[in-house]
Ligand binder design. Structure first.
Ligand code: 4NP
Length: 147
């Protein structure tokens, strides 16, 4: 199973989802690959936002080694599932799909809700961590029987 987490900048939400799921996958000894990317290109090559690094560290997850990547259409072939954090991410990723198979890989990470963007609100990093952490546990339970 290859899973891609996508947000706008790939420095706040998707690095948290990437790091948290990767850790849970390791704990469960699942043979999954988890990575992340952003629909925007401003932060390519940068480490995650220092506030994202700090909240992850507070809960025992090290995301400091990640580097931001820009979403590429080629990723549709590379990944089995592409989780997006909000509806704009959903629209931006789906707009790059070439066929129905590509589109079927794209899902809102929280099913019918969005992960709010914490970039302009320091107080959102903790609740965003919690909602991503809870959903990562569910994703493991939902996806692992078939992988
Ligand atoms: P992210 O947050 O999409 O969760 O990584 C953002 C990071 C950077 C910007 C916006 C959102 N930005 O405008 O640079």
């Amino acid at each position: 199973m290859k899973i891609l987490m996508v947000c706008l900048g790939n420095i706040c939400r998707s690095p948290l989802a990437h790091g948290i799921l990767k850790q849970k996958v390791k704990d469960k000894q699942l043979n999954w690959i988890v990575e992340s990317a952003g629909t925007g290109d401003w932060h390519i090559g940068e480490a995650p936002d220092r506030r994202a690094i700090a909240i992850a560290k507070k809960y025992g997850v090290d995301i400091s080694g990640q580097r931001a990547r820009h979403f590429q259409p080629a990723f549709f072939n590379e990944y089995d599932l592409i989780f997006v954090m909000d509806r704009q991410n959903f629209a931006d990723v789906c707009a790059q799909a070439e066929n129905k198979d590509d589109l079927e890989k794209v899902q809102l990470f929280l099913d019918d809700d969005i992960v709010p963007d914490p970039y302009f609100d320091d107080n959102l990093f903790d609740p965003v961590f919690q909602m991503i952490d809870k959903r990562c546990t569910e994703v493991i339970a939902e996806v692992s029987p078939s992988s």
